[in-house]
Design a protein around this ligand. Sequence first.
Ligand code: HPA
Length: 266
Amino acid sequence: MLKIGIIGGTGVYDPEILDGVSEENVTTDYGNVRVMVGEYKGVSVAFLPRHGAGHAVPPHKVNYRGNIIALKKLGVERVVATGAVGSLNLEMVPGEIVLVDQFIDFTKNRVQTFYDTPGNGVVHIDMTEPYCSDLRRVVAAAAEAVDVPVKGKGTYVCTEGPRFETPAEIKMYSSLGGDLVGMTSVPEVVLAREAEICYCTVAMVTNFGAGISPNPLTHAEVLEAMEKNNANLKKLIMKTIETMPGARGCRCRHSLAELGSLGQGK
Ligand code: HPA
């Protein structure tokens, strides 16, 4: 059974660290999802490029529900997701990795639940700690072990995209307490919790937000920054896989318990 899933965001498209990679075509209620599966140091790992190979799917069209349920069906219990982000916080500089601990949701048109069909129940999932703290601790310890500097917390503002923000929006997000801005963490993190999967985001700062950065933003600039810092991200993910504890002790695995564990294994 596969236990660890990596969702690769912008600039992270190839499961290059894995051996014996094969492609699985997983059927879900939300369409077929292609997942790469392989091994790293004897650990089974599933790899899913969020935007498809070559960044073909924009953030607002990602099949978030299909992706999470496909990983669940493969037996994935923990997901480490990568994401490129802009920074609103002068202490979180391009090239730096942040293990976000909160989000503020400004998405507009995304389904955030598996429980939206008649007879399937209604779920109001707890988001007090949206990103699994146990998993964040494992990643933070791995970062220390491989000497990759990370910031251990930060608030991710999720926008609908695919456009970048206006400077006025960046100012507002900052005044609301946001540190970083990206386009994909929501609803991925929410759906992972509904699927009782531990989830954390390893956010790579690629630029300062619009208006803080003196130049107009480009996707090329984001890709370039990801490329430049890819080695650190890879090192961090490899160590994280290698040091992942066996059993889970956190609450993520029981997040639906109070609701009677509805609708598992879609
Ligand atoms: N805004 C939104 N998403 C992003 C940014 C940004 O500035 N940089 C990388 N992803």
